[in-house]
Design a protein around this ligand. Structure first.
Ligand code: GLN
Length: 215
């Protein structure tokens, strides 16, 4: 089972993608919801807000413990900021992947954009990428593998236990990253091609009751 941290941000879209892959998912709203997970997704949103809520609900310490137990963690955008060991001009939060990240590095919300890139380790097809007031990973330490470098920044990186992406695969009609992370967690994820559901749109989940409730 994979958990999706459900404090703030784009939670439902991650649950939707996992469900389309046939991966059982659970909302994580409190420390006890981390029990029995193979992986945890920290979604995009606002890292300062997420960090405060993590502390208020005592989930930050529980995430660090889960990581020590071998639970794999994927942070998208704000989630990646929370996982970095260094944040330009700010103190770090969870500090689980050796990299320096710079918040809001492309400019304002209006400077958000989409593009596509080849990421051979993740997919044999180009992967669509959505950047929303995204950070840039400026550098990574030894032992961190760069999955995608664009121009002067790193957009995706990983270690054995952590995956960090500054973009949002959950906001595209593509399952490659969710499949990749599920397999990283040791879970079987459907073999269906990335564009498995031609009716999917960024808001189509609102018409379906696909969301798994918290335990
Ligand atoms: N700008 C946000 C932050 O700094 C991240 C945006 C996102 O997750 N899409 O936390």
């Amino acid at each position: 089972m994979i958990g999706v941290l459900d404090l703030q941000g784009d939670v439902v879209e991650h649950l939707d993608h996992l469900e389309r892959l046939g991966v059982v998912a659970r909302r994580v709203k409190e420390p006890s919801h981390l029990h029995d997970l193979k992986g945890l997704i920290i979604p995009g949103g606002e890292s300062t807000c997420l960090a405060r809520l993590l502390m208020i609900f005592g989930i930050d310490a529980a995430i660090l413990e889960a990581y020590e137990r071998g639970v794999k963690i994927w942070g998208t955008c704000a989630g990646a900021i929370l996982l970095a060991t260094q944040i330009v001009g700010e103190k770090r939060y969870l500090g689980l992947i050796d990299m320096e990240i710079e918040r809001n590095s492309f400019g304002s919300q209006l400077d958000s954009f989409t593009t596509a890139a080849s990421i051979p380790k993740v997919s044999s097809e180009p992967v669509p990428l959505t950047f929303i007031r995204a950070p840039k990973i400026r550098s990574v330490g030894t032992g961190v593998e760069i999955l995608l470098q664009i121009d002067d920044y790193i957009a995706a990186a990983e270690t054995a236990g952590i995956l960090a992406t500054v973009f949002h695969p959950e906001l595209t009609n593509n399952l490659a990253f969710h499949r990749y992370f599920s397999r990283k967690c040791g879970l079987a994820a459907g073999e269906s091609p990335p564009l498995a559901d031609p009716t999917w749109t960024p808001t189509s989940w609102t018409r379906h009751s696909r969301v798994t409730s918290a335990v």
